[in-house]
Design a protein around this ligand. Structure first.
Ligand code: GDP
Length: 327
C-alpha cells in the first residue's frame, strides 16, 4: 500500500521554492536557531532531515527545490510514503505565481497518489506586511489554489492555510496545528484538558512540548492570541530556568521553581504567577514529564484560591497523560 506511515511520530516534509524559508523554519522550531541567524543559511541541495527527540520523535525533511513530486527518475515513494504532512512554504514577499502553480501540481500529485498525506500551506514571511496586505494576499492565494484544484477535479481535497513568520509566534502556532493533526493521542489529550478546565474553572489550558514550543493539545474553549502568546513565552521561561537550576533542583537549589515536590511522582516543577497588572489573571505551569509542560490561564472565575483542588486535578491529569503516552 502506498500509504504506510508510522503512527505517532509526526513526520513532515517541507517543500517550496528556493529561499522561501524551508530551512529557516526547521532550524528555528527544531534546532532553536535565532530567527536573525537564518539570514545566511546555505541553500539546501540535498534531502535533509531534522529530528527532534522529545516524548515523540518529530521528524522533518526538506525537499530541495530542484526535486519536485513530478520529477522523473526521482524515487518519490521513498520520500512520500513515510510522511504525514507536506508543508508548502510560499514566500509572500516574493513574486509567488510560480510557487502557486508548483504547489497545485504537488497537491494534485498527492491527492492522486498519497491521499492520506495532509497538505498544509504556509503563506510565509508575513512580518513587515500591513494587516490589510496580509489579509488580501492570504485570501488571494487561498482562492487561487481552491479554484484551480476544483478545475482539476480535486476541489474536495482539504488544504489548510496558515500565515507564518519566524519572527513571531505564528510559526509555532502553525507547526502546532500541523503536528496535532498527526497525533493519534490528540482526542484523548483534548478530552483530559476539557475535563480539567471544567473542573477547575480554568480559562485555557495548553499542553506544550517544552523543547520545541509546539503545543500538542489544548482544550475546546476559544483561543485568544494573547493567551497563547503569554503561555508560549512562559515555555521559554521554563526552558531558561531548567537550564539554570533544573526543574528538579538539588535540595534547595531549585526552590525558585519547584515550590512543591510530590513524593509519589518524584520531582515535579510547578509554579503560579500573575501576568497582568490587575492581578486577576494567572499563569499556572506544571511539568508533566521531562518533555511536556501544562500551561494554563486562569482568570477571575478560576479557583485560584483553591490551590489544593487544582493541584489535585492536575495530578490526575498528569497520571492520565502518562498513561496515554505509555508505550
Ligand atoms: P530555503 O531555501 O527555502 O530553505 O530558504 P531559507 O530558509 O534558506 O531562507 C531564505 C531567506 O529567507 C533567509 O535569508 C531567511 O532569513 C529568510 N526568511 C526565512 N523565514 C523568514 C520570515 O519569516 N520572514 C522574513 N522576513 N524572512 C525569512
Amino acid at each position: 500500500a502506498p500509504n504506510v506511515r508510522r503512527k505517532g511520530n509526526p513526520k513532515m516534509l517541507f517543500m517550496g521554492l528556493r529561499r522561501s524559508g524551508k530551512s529557516s523554519i526547521q532550524k528555528v522550531v527544531f534546532e532553536k536557531l535565532s530567527p536573525a541567524d537564518t539570514l545566511f543559511l546555505e541553500p539546501t541541495s540535498r534531502i535533509g532531515t531534522v529530528k527532534m527527540q522529545s516524548f515523540i520523535t518529530f521528524e522533518s525533511v526538506e525537499l530541495p527545490h530542484q526535486l519536485s513530486a513530478t520529477t522523473p527518475d526521482f524515487d518519490h515513494h521513498a520520500v512520500f510514503s513515510h510522511i504525514g504532512a507536506v508543508i508548502w512554504v510560499l514566500d509572500v514577499q516574493d513574486e509567488y505565481l510560480t510557487s502557486i502553480s508548483e504547489m497545485i501540481q504537488t497537491a494534485v500529485f498527492l491527492a492522486e497518489n498519497y491521499p492520506r498525506v495532509n497538505f498544509e500551506v504556509f503563506i510565509h514571511k508575513t512580518d513587515g506586511l500591513s494587516e490589510e496586505y496580509k489579509y488580501e494576499t492570504f485570501r488571494e492565494v487561498r482562492q487561487r489554489v481552491q479554484d484551480e484544484l476544483s478545475d482539476l477535479g480535486h476541489g474536495d481535497r482539504s488544504v489548510s492555510y496558515f500565515q507564518t513568520s519566524i519572527f513571531d509566534h505564528s510559526i509555532f502556532e502553525a507547526m502546532s496545528k500541523v503536528v496535532q493533526r498527526l497525533l493519534p493521542q490528540l482526542p484523548a489529550m483534548e478530552a483530559l484538558l476539557n475535563k480539567l478546565c471544567s473542573t477547575c474553572g480554568i480559562q485555557k489550558a495548553y499542553l506544550f512540548d517544552t523543547m520545541s514550543k509546539i503545543y500538542v493539545a489544548t482544550d475546546a474553549s476559544p483561543t485568544f492570541l494573547k493567551d497563547y502568546e503569554v503561555c508560549s513565552d512562559y515555555v521559554d521561561v521554563i526552558v531558561d530556568i531548567k537550564q539554570i537550576y533544573g526543574w528538579h533542583g538539588q535540595d534547595g537549589e531549585g526552590k525558585a521553581v519547584s515550590e512543591r515536590r510530590n513524593q509519589d511522582d518524584g520531582d515535579i516543577g510547578e509554579s503560579m504567577v500573575t501576568y497582568d497588572r490587575s492581578g486577576d489573571t494567572y499563569i499556572y505551569a506544571r511539568e508533566i514529564n521531562d518533555y511536556l509542560s501544562l500551561i494554563c490561564v486562569m482568570g477571575k472565575g478560576s479557583t485560584t484560591n483553591k490551590r489544593v483542588l487544582i493541584d489535585y486535578n492536575v495530578g490526575i491529569l498528569h497520571d492520565a497523560l502518562l498513561q496515554v503516552f505509555k508505550v
